[in-house]
Design a protein around this ligand. Sequence first.
Ligand code: ASP
Length: 436
Amino acid sequence: MGELSGYRGDALKFLKDAGASIGDVVELRTGWGTVSGTLVPRYLYGDGEHVVLKLKSGYNVGLSLSGVKDARVVSKGEKPSFAPLPPPKSAGGLPKVLILGTGGTIASRVDYRTGAVRPASTAAELHALVPELSGIARVQPEVVFEVFSENMAPAHWAKLARRAARGADEGFDGVVITHGTDTLGYTAAALSFALAGAPIPVILVGSQRSSDRPSSDAPLNLVAAVTVAATAHFSGVYVAMHLNESDDKVAFHRGTRVRKDHTSRRDAFESIGVPLAAVFGRDGLEFVAEGLPPRGGKFRPRPKFDPRVALLKFYPSMPAGAVRGASRLGARALVIEGTGLGHVSKEVAGELGRFVKAGGLAFMASQCIRGRVDLSVYDTGRDLLHAGVVPLGDMLPETALAKAMWVLGTGASGKRAKEMMAADVAGETTARTFPG
Ligand code: ASP
Protein backbone atom coordinates (compact mmCIF):
# COMPACT_ATOMS: atom_id res chain seq x y z
CA MET A 1 0.00 0.00 0.00
CA GLY A 2 1.36 3.42 -0.94
CA GLU A 3 1.50 6.35 1.49
CA LEU A 4 -1.72 7.79 0.05
CA SER A 5 -3.19 4.67 -1.51
CA GLY A 6 -6.21 5.28 -3.76
CA TYR A 7 -6.02 9.10 -3.66
CA ARG A 8 -5.78 10.98 -6.90
CA GLY A 9 -6.17 14.45 -8.39
CA ASP A 10 -6.88 17.37 -6.08
CA ALA A 11 -7.35 15.16 -3.03
CA LEU A 12 -3.88 13.67 -3.49
CA LYS A 13 -2.29 17.11 -3.87
CA PHE A 14 -4.22 18.47 -0.87
CA LEU A 15 -3.09 15.60 1.39
CA LYS A 16 0.50 15.79 0.13
CA ASP A 17 0.62 19.51 0.86
CA ALA A 18 -0.67 18.82 4.38
CA GLY A 19 2.02 16.14 4.86
CA ALA A 20 -0.59 13.50 5.64
CA SER A 21 -0.29 9.75 5.06
CA ILE A 22 -2.69 6.83 5.40
CA GLY A 23 -3.16 5.94 9.06
CA ASP A 24 -2.42 9.47 10.38
CA VAL A 25 -4.97 11.18 12.59
CA VAL A 26 -5.96 14.23 10.56
CA GLU A 27 -8.09 17.26 11.45
CA LEU A 28 -10.05 18.88 8.61
CA ARG A 29 -11.42 22.40 9.11
CA THR A 30 -14.67 23.01 7.23
CA GLY A 31 -17.14 25.88 7.08
CA TRP A 32 -19.30 24.14 9.68
CA GLY A 33 -16.65 22.90 12.13
CA THR A 34 -13.69 20.56 12.39
CA VAL A 35 -13.69 16.82 11.83
CA SER A 36 -10.88 14.57 12.93
CA GLY A 37 -10.23 10.93 12.27
CA THR A 38 -7.83 8.41 10.80
CA LEU A 39 -7.03 8.90 7.12
CA VAL A 40 -8.36 5.86 5.27
CA PRO A 41 -7.22 4.59 1.83
CA ARG A 42 -9.63 5.18 -1.03
CA TYR A 43 -10.80 2.44 -3.29
CA LEU A 44 -9.29 2.03 -6.71
CA TYR A 45 -11.95 3.93 -8.63
CA GLY A 46 -12.60 6.70 -6.11
CA ASP A 47 -12.83 10.28 -7.43
CA GLY A 48 -10.19 12.95 -6.84
CA GLU A 49 -12.40 15.24 -4.78
CA HIS A 50 -13.01 13.46 -1.50
CA VAL A 51 -10.97 12.67 1.58
CA VAL A 52 -12.15 9.78 3.77
CA LEU A 53 -11.67 9.68 7.53
CA LYS A 54 -12.51 6.92 9.97
CA LEU A 55 -14.08 8.62 13.00
CA LYS A 56 -13.55 7.52 16.59
CA SER A 57 -17.05 5.97 16.48
CA GLY A 58 -15.81 3.60 13.76
CA TYR A 59 -17.84 5.21 10.96
CA ASN A 60 -16.11 6.39 7.80
CA VAL A 61 -16.96 9.85 6.44
CA GLY A 62 -16.09 11.23 3.03
CA LEU A 63 -15.59 14.99 2.90
CA SER A 64 -15.74 16.93 -0.33
CA LEU A 65 -12.68 19.16 -0.74
CA SER A 66 -14.95 22.01 -1.82
CA GLY A 67 -16.06 22.40 1.81
CA VAL A 68 -12.64 21.87 3.44
CA LYS A 69 -10.52 24.90 4.36
CA ASP A 70 -7.35 23.18 5.57
CA ALA A 71 -5.92 20.03 7.07
CA ARG A 72 -3.66 19.42 10.02
CA VAL A 73 -1.91 16.19 10.94
CA VAL A 74 -2.68 15.65 14.63
CA SER A 75 -0.55 12.54 15.03
CA LYS A 76 1.38 10.30 12.72
CA GLY A 77 -0.04 6.77 12.55
CA GLU A 78 1.77 3.54 11.97
CA LYS A 79 1.46 2.23 8.47
CA PRO A 80 -1.19 -0.54 8.61
CA SER A 81 0.45 -3.91 8.69
CA PHE A 82 -0.43 -7.47 9.49
CA ALA A 83 2.05 -9.68 11.28
CA PRO A 84 0.91 -13.28 11.07
CA LEU A 85 1.78 -15.65 13.86
CA PRO A 86 4.32 -18.25 12.83
CA PRO A 87 2.43 -21.29 11.53
CA PRO A 88 1.84 -23.82 14.30
CA LYS A 89 3.93 -26.98 14.17
CA SER A 90 2.14 -30.10 12.99
CA ALA A 91 2.71 -33.46 14.64
CA GLY A 92 4.75 -36.00 12.66
CA GLY A 93 2.92 -39.04 11.32
CA LEU A 94 -0.07 -37.04 10.08
CA PRO A 95 -0.97 -37.09 6.37
CA LYS A 96 0.73 -34.48 4.17
CA VAL A 97 -1.33 -31.83 2.38
CA LEU A 98 -0.07 -29.26 -0.09
CA ILE A 99 -2.00 -25.96 0.14
CA LEU A 100 -1.68 -23.84 -2.99
CA GLY A 101 -2.67 -20.19 -2.61
CA THR A 102 -3.99 -18.29 -5.62
CA GLY A 103 -5.72 -15.23 -4.04
CA GLY A 104 -9.38 -14.25 -3.69
CA THR A 105 -11.48 -13.45 -0.65
CA ILE A 106 -10.27 -16.52 1.23
CA ALA A 107 -6.83 -14.91 1.18
CA SER A 108 -8.07 -11.36 1.92
CA ARG A 109 -8.56 -9.60 5.18
CA VAL A 110 -9.89 -6.34 6.47
CA ASP A 111 -7.58 -3.88 8.13
CA TYR A 112 -9.84 -2.79 10.96
CA ARG A 113 -7.94 0.41 11.64
CA THR A 114 -8.45 1.78 8.15
CA GLY A 115 -11.36 -0.34 6.97
CA ALA A 116 -9.68 -1.39 3.72
CA VAL A 117 -9.89 -4.93 2.34
CA ARG A 118 -6.50 -6.16 1.22
CA PRO A 119 -5.74 -9.33 -0.73
CA ALA A 120 -2.52 -9.60 1.18
CA SER A 121 -2.43 -12.74 3.21
CA THR A 122 -0.45 -15.65 1.92
CA ALA A 123 -1.34 -19.29 2.21
CA ALA A 124 1.05 -19.36 5.18
CA GLU A 125 -0.83 -16.53 6.88
CA LEU A 126 -4.07 -18.36 6.25
CA HIS A 127 -2.65 -21.41 7.92
CA ALA A 128 -1.73 -19.21 10.88
CA LEU A 129 -5.30 -17.89 10.99
CA VAL A 130 -6.73 -21.42 11.16
CA PRO A 131 -4.38 -23.17 13.58
CA GLU A 132 -6.64 -26.29 13.75
CA LEU A 133 -5.11 -27.30 10.43
CA SER A 134 -1.95 -28.45 12.18
CA GLY A 135 -3.94 -31.10 14.08
CA ILE A 136 -5.34 -32.49 10.84
CA ALA A 137 -2.32 -32.73 8.58
CA ARG A 138 1.24 -31.67 7.99
CA VAL A 139 0.43 -28.82 5.66
CA GLN A 140 2.84 -27.22 3.25
CA PRO A 141 1.48 -23.83 2.13
CA GLU A 142 2.74 -22.28 -1.09
CA VAL A 143 1.59 -19.18 -2.95
CA VAL A 144 1.36 -19.96 -6.66
CA PHE A 145 0.04 -16.49 -7.55
CA GLU A 146 -2.14 -13.82 -5.99
CA VAL A 147 -5.06 -12.76 -8.16
CA PHE A 148 -8.76 -12.20 -7.79
CA SER A 149 -10.22 -15.08 -9.71
CA GLU A 150 -11.83 -12.88 -12.37
CA ASN A 151 -8.24 -12.44 -13.59
CA MET A 152 -7.59 -16.17 -13.98
CA ALA A 153 -6.80 -17.44 -17.46
CA PRO A 154 -5.97 -20.84 -18.94
CA ALA A 155 -2.27 -20.19 -18.26
CA HIS A 156 -3.10 -20.04 -14.53
CA TRP A 157 -5.02 -23.33 -14.79
CA ALA A 158 -2.05 -24.97 -16.47
CA LYS A 159 0.36 -23.76 -13.81
CA LEU A 160 -1.90 -24.98 -11.01
CA ALA A 161 -2.43 -28.34 -12.69
CA ARG A 162 1.32 -28.83 -13.09
CA ARG A 163 1.99 -27.96 -9.43
CA ALA A 164 -0.81 -30.21 -8.17
CA ALA A 165 0.43 -33.11 -10.34
CA ARG A 166 3.93 -32.61 -8.96
CA GLY A 167 2.39 -32.65 -5.46
CA ALA A 168 1.01 -36.13 -6.15
CA ASP A 169 4.49 -37.26 -7.32
CA GLU A 170 6.09 -35.78 -4.21
CA GLY A 171 3.94 -38.01 -2.01
CA PHE A 172 1.35 -35.52 -0.72
CA ASP A 173 -1.84 -37.25 0.39
CA GLY A 174 -3.94 -34.43 -1.04
CA VAL A 175 -3.84 -30.95 -2.50
CA VAL A 176 -5.96 -27.98 -1.41
CA ILE A 177 -6.21 -24.92 -3.64
CA THR A 178 -7.45 -21.67 -2.12
CA HIS A 179 -9.17 -19.65 -4.84
CA GLY A 180 -11.52 -16.71 -5.42
CA THR A 181 -15.11 -17.85 -5.77
CA ASP A 182 -16.04 -15.93 -8.93
CA THR A 183 -14.41 -18.34 -11.37
CA LEU A 184 -13.90 -21.26 -9.03
CA GLY A 185 -16.23 -23.40 -11.16
CA TYR A 186 -14.20 -22.78 -14.32
CA THR A 187 -10.89 -23.65 -12.64
CA ALA A 188 -12.42 -26.74 -11.04
CA ALA A 189 -13.60 -27.92 -14.46
CA ALA A 190 -10.25 -27.16 -16.10
CA LEU A 191 -8.35 -29.08 -13.41
CA SER A 192 -10.81 -31.98 -13.60
CA PHE A 193 -9.69 -32.52 -17.20
CA ALA A 194 -5.99 -31.73 -16.77
CA LEU A 195 -5.79 -34.00 -13.69
CA ALA A 196 -8.27 -36.70 -14.78
CA GLY A 197 -7.31 -39.95 -13.02
CA ALA A 198 -5.20 -38.20 -10.34
CA PRO A 199 -4.42 -40.62 -7.50
CA ILE A 200 -5.22 -38.13 -4.70
CA PRO A 201 -8.00 -35.66 -3.91
CA VAL A 202 -7.55 -32.11 -5.19
CA ILE A 203 -9.89 -29.76 -3.33
CA LEU A 204 -10.58 -26.20 -4.45
CA VAL A 205 -11.83 -24.00 -1.65
CA GLY A 206 -12.99 -20.41 -1.49
CA SER A 207 -14.91 -18.18 0.85
CA GLN A 208 -17.54 -15.49 0.48
CA ARG A 209 -16.40 -13.50 3.55
CA SER A 210 -12.77 -12.76 4.32
CA SER A 211 -11.03 -14.92 6.87
CA ASP A 212 -10.95 -12.38 9.68
CA ARG A 213 -14.67 -11.53 9.76
CA PRO A 214 -16.75 -13.21 12.47
CA SER A 215 -19.14 -14.52 9.79
CA SER A 216 -16.33 -15.85 7.62
CA ASP A 217 -16.84 -19.19 5.96
CA ALA A 218 -13.09 -19.51 5.36
CA PRO A 219 -12.05 -21.42 8.53
CA LEU A 220 -14.70 -24.17 8.25
CA ASN A 221 -14.29 -24.51 4.48
CA LEU A 222 -10.55 -24.80 4.91
CA VAL A 223 -10.75 -27.32 7.76
CA ALA A 224 -13.14 -29.44 5.68
CA ALA A 225 -10.97 -29.18 2.55
CA VAL A 226 -7.77 -30.13 4.37
CA THR A 227 -9.45 -33.00 6.24
CA VAL A 228 -10.85 -34.48 3.04
CA ALA A 229 -7.60 -33.94 1.13
CA ALA A 230 -5.71 -35.68 3.94
CA THR A 231 -7.99 -38.58 4.77
CA ALA A 232 -10.77 -39.24 2.21
CA HIS A 233 -10.71 -42.63 0.54
CA PHE A 234 -11.61 -41.06 -2.80
CA SER A 235 -9.64 -39.07 -5.37
CA GLY A 236 -10.56 -36.46 -7.98
CA VAL A 237 -11.19 -32.73 -8.21
CA TYR A 238 -13.85 -31.15 -5.96
CA VAL A 239 -15.04 -27.75 -4.74
CA ALA A 240 -15.59 -27.31 -0.99
CA MET A 241 -17.99 -24.54 0.14
CA HIS A 242 -20.68 -24.09 2.80
CA LEU A 243 -23.67 -26.44 2.37
CA ASN A 244 -26.22 -24.02 3.82
CA GLU A 245 -26.40 -20.74 5.69
CA SER A 246 -25.39 -22.29 9.02
CA ASP A 247 -21.72 -22.51 9.76
CA ASP A 248 -21.59 -26.25 10.39
CA LYS A 249 -21.52 -28.20 7.13
CA VAL A 250 -19.44 -28.09 3.98
CA ALA A 251 -20.56 -29.51 0.64
CA PHE A 252 -18.12 -31.17 -1.75
CA HIS A 253 -19.13 -30.66 -5.37
CA ARG A 254 -17.73 -32.53 -8.38
CA GLY A 255 -15.38 -30.21 -10.25
CA THR A 256 -17.21 -30.45 -13.57
CA ARG A 257 -20.75 -30.00 -12.24
CA VAL A 258 -20.55 -26.99 -9.98
CA ARG A 259 -21.64 -23.36 -10.33
CA LYS A 260 -21.57 -20.22 -8.28
CA ASP A 261 -25.27 -19.41 -8.16
CA HIS A 262 -25.43 -16.59 -5.63
CA THR A 263 -23.43 -13.40 -5.43
CA SER A 264 -23.09 -13.15 -1.67
CA ARG A 265 -24.46 -16.08 0.35
CA ARG A 266 -21.97 -18.40 1.98
CA ASP A 267 -23.73 -21.38 0.37
CA ALA A 268 -23.33 -19.81 -3.05
CA PHE A 269 -22.33 -23.02 -4.84
CA GLU A 270 -24.57 -25.71 -6.26
CA SER A 271 -24.04 -29.11 -7.84
CA ILE A 272 -26.03 -29.14 -11.08
CA GLY A 273 -27.74 -32.31 -12.28
CA VAL A 274 -25.79 -34.63 -9.96
CA PRO A 275 -25.89 -35.37 -6.23
CA LEU A 276 -23.26 -33.85 -3.98
CA ALA A 277 -20.01 -35.80 -3.85
CA ALA A 278 -19.74 -35.53 -0.06
CA VAL A 279 -20.84 -33.57 2.99
CA PHE A 280 -18.52 -32.69 5.85
CA GLY A 281 -19.99 -31.95 9.30
CA ARG A 282 -18.70 -31.35 12.80
CA ASP A 283 -17.73 -35.04 13.16
CA GLY A 284 -16.10 -35.44 9.75
CA LEU A 285 -17.57 -36.83 6.54
CA GLU A 286 -21.32 -37.41 7.00
CA PHE A 287 -22.11 -38.45 3.48
CA VAL A 288 -20.07 -39.75 0.56
CA ALA A 289 -21.70 -40.46 -2.82
CA GLU A 290 -21.28 -43.89 -4.33
CA GLY A 291 -18.95 -44.43 -7.25
CA LEU A 292 -16.29 -41.79 -6.53
CA PRO A 293 -12.90 -42.90 -7.86
CA PRO A 294 -10.67 -44.53 -5.21
CA ARG A 295 -7.20 -43.24 -4.34
CA GLY A 296 -4.16 -44.53 -6.21
CA GLY A 297 -3.49 -45.76 -9.70
CA LYS A 298 -1.33 -44.61 -12.57
CA PHE A 299 -1.85 -41.12 -13.87
CA ARG A 300 -0.65 -38.90 -16.68
CA PRO A 301 -1.53 -35.22 -16.24
CA ARG A 302 -2.46 -33.30 -19.38
CA PRO A 303 -2.09 -29.70 -18.20
CA LYS A 304 -2.29 -27.83 -21.52
CA PHE A 305 -5.06 -25.48 -22.65
CA ASP A 306 -5.57 -23.70 -25.94
CA PRO A 307 -7.35 -20.43 -25.11
CA ARG A 308 -8.70 -19.97 -28.65
CA VAL A 309 -12.26 -20.88 -27.64
CA ALA A 310 -15.13 -18.44 -27.11
CA LEU A 311 -18.25 -18.87 -25.01
CA LEU A 312 -21.17 -17.00 -26.59
CA LYS A 313 -24.51 -16.57 -24.88
CA PHE A 314 -27.28 -16.30 -27.45
CA TYR A 315 -29.85 -13.58 -26.82
CA PRO A 316 -32.85 -12.28 -28.80
CA SER A 317 -31.50 -9.95 -31.52
CA MET A 318 -27.92 -11.23 -31.26
CA PRO A 319 -26.23 -10.17 -34.49
CA ALA A 320 -24.60 -12.85 -36.62
CA GLY A 321 -21.56 -10.59 -36.44
CA ALA A 322 -20.96 -11.85 -32.89
CA VAL A 323 -19.96 -15.22 -34.36
CA ARG A 324 -17.86 -13.56 -37.07
CA GLY A 325 -16.23 -11.36 -34.41
CA ALA A 326 -15.21 -14.35 -32.31
CA SER A 327 -13.88 -16.04 -35.39
CA ARG A 328 -11.88 -12.95 -36.40
CA LEU A 329 -10.41 -12.84 -32.90
CA GLY A 330 -8.99 -16.27 -33.65
CA ALA A 331 -11.53 -18.64 -32.07
CA ARG A 332 -11.00 -22.20 -33.28
CA ALA A 333 -14.01 -23.42 -31.34
CA LEU A 334 -17.22 -21.85 -30.05
CA VAL A 335 -19.37 -22.97 -27.17
CA ILE A 336 -22.84 -21.51 -27.64
CA GLU A 337 -25.22 -21.08 -24.74
CA GLY A 338 -28.43 -21.55 -26.66
CA THR A 339 -31.96 -21.05 -25.43
CA GLY A 340 -34.03 -23.99 -24.15
CA LEU A 341 -33.07 -27.26 -25.76
CA GLY A 342 -30.20 -25.52 -27.56
CA HIS A 343 -31.56 -22.97 -30.01
CA VAL A 344 -30.36 -19.78 -31.68
CA SER A 345 -31.98 -17.50 -34.26
CA LYS A 346 -31.94 -18.37 -37.97
CA GLU A 347 -29.39 -15.66 -38.58
CA VAL A 348 -26.96 -16.92 -35.94
CA ALA A 349 -27.55 -20.54 -37.00
CA GLY A 350 -26.59 -19.59 -40.58
CA GLU A 351 -23.41 -17.94 -39.36
CA LEU A 352 -22.53 -20.96 -37.20
CA GLY A 353 -22.91 -23.12 -40.31
CA ARG A 354 -20.41 -20.91 -42.15
CA PHE A 355 -18.03 -21.03 -39.17
CA VAL A 356 -18.11 -24.85 -39.19
CA LYS A 357 -17.70 -24.99 -42.99
CA ALA A 358 -14.58 -22.86 -42.65
CA GLY A 359 -13.09 -25.45 -40.26
CA GLY A 360 -14.30 -24.15 -36.88
CA LEU A 361 -15.85 -26.31 -34.16
CA ALA A 362 -19.22 -25.31 -32.71
CA PHE A 363 -20.70 -26.86 -29.58
CA MET A 364 -24.14 -26.31 -28.09
CA ALA A 365 -24.90 -26.05 -24.37
CA SER A 366 -28.05 -24.62 -22.81
CA GLN A 367 -28.54 -21.41 -20.85
CA CYS A 368 -31.29 -23.24 -18.92
CA ILE A 369 -28.65 -24.56 -16.49
CA ARG A 370 -30.73 -27.68 -15.73
CA GLY A 371 -31.75 -30.39 -18.20
CA ARG A 372 -30.02 -31.30 -21.43
CA VAL A 373 -29.60 -30.06 -24.97
CA ASP A 374 -31.70 -31.86 -27.57
CA LEU A 375 -31.31 -30.70 -31.15
CA SER A 376 -33.69 -33.27 -32.59
CA VAL A 377 -37.00 -31.83 -31.36
CA TYR A 378 -37.50 -28.58 -33.33
CA ASP A 379 -36.53 -27.54 -36.85
CA THR A 380 -34.04 -25.03 -35.46
CA GLY A 381 -32.19 -27.82 -33.65
CA ARG A 382 -32.21 -30.07 -36.71
CA ASP A 383 -30.83 -27.24 -38.82
CA LEU A 384 -28.04 -26.73 -36.30
CA LEU A 385 -27.23 -30.43 -36.32
CA HIS A 386 -27.22 -30.35 -40.09
CA ALA A 387 -24.84 -27.37 -39.99
CA GLY A 388 -22.40 -29.44 -37.92
CA VAL A 389 -23.08 -28.00 -34.46
CA VAL A 390 -22.34 -30.63 -31.80
CA PRO A 391 -24.83 -30.93 -28.89
CA LEU A 392 -23.24 -31.33 -25.47
CA GLY A 393 -26.01 -33.07 -23.50
CA ASP A 394 -26.14 -31.71 -19.95
CA MET A 395 -22.60 -30.31 -19.86
CA LEU A 396 -22.51 -26.92 -18.13
CA PRO A 397 -21.46 -24.11 -20.49
CA GLU A 398 -18.52 -23.08 -18.27
CA THR A 399 -17.34 -26.68 -18.10
CA ALA A 400 -17.73 -26.96 -21.88
CA LEU A 401 -15.53 -23.89 -22.35
CA ALA A 402 -12.77 -25.30 -20.14
CA LYS A 403 -13.10 -28.69 -21.80
CA ALA A 404 -12.88 -27.31 -25.33
CA MET A 405 -9.72 -25.40 -24.37
CA TRP A 406 -8.31 -28.59 -22.87
CA VAL A 407 -9.30 -30.76 -25.88
CA LEU A 408 -7.58 -28.35 -28.27
CA GLY A 409 -4.64 -28.17 -25.83
CA THR A 410 -4.13 -31.93 -26.21
CA GLY A 411 -3.49 -31.28 -29.92
CA ALA A 412 -6.79 -32.84 -31.05
CA SER A 413 -8.69 -31.22 -33.90
CA GLY A 414 -11.58 -31.93 -36.29
CA LYS A 415 -13.37 -35.25 -35.80
CA ARG A 416 -11.14 -36.34 -32.93
CA ALA A 417 -11.83 -33.08 -31.03
CA LYS A 418 -15.58 -33.56 -31.53
CA GLU A 419 -15.37 -37.15 -30.23
CA MET A 420 -13.40 -36.02 -27.18
CA MET A 421 -15.93 -33.28 -26.45
CA ALA A 422 -18.81 -35.75 -26.59
CA ALA A 423 -17.11 -38.49 -24.50
CA ASP A 424 -17.18 -38.27 -20.72
CA VAL A 425 -13.73 -37.62 -19.22
CA ALA A 426 -14.41 -36.38 -15.69
CA GLY A 427 -18.13 -36.71 -14.98
CA GLU A 428 -18.98 -33.63 -17.07
CA THR A 429 -21.86 -35.31 -18.88
CA THR A 430 -24.30 -37.71 -17.36
CA ALA A 431 -26.47 -40.28 -19.06
CA ARG A 432 -29.44 -39.44 -16.87
CA THR A 433 -30.27 -36.14 -15.25
CA PHE A 434 -30.45 -36.28 -11.47
CA PRO A 435 -33.73 -34.78 -10.29
CA GLY A 436 -32.73 -31.73 -8.22
N1 ASP B 1 -13.82 -11.53 -6.80
C1 ASP B 1 -13.31 -12.46 -5.82
C2 ASP B 1 -12.61 -13.58 -6.54
O1 ASP B 1 -13.24 -14.37 -7.17
C3 ASP B 1 -14.39 -12.95 -4.94
C4 ASP B 1 -14.00 -14.09 -4.03
O2 ASP B 1 -12.88 -14.39 -3.79
O3 ASP B 1 -14.90 -14.74 -3.51
O4 ASP B 1 -11.41 -13.67 -6.46
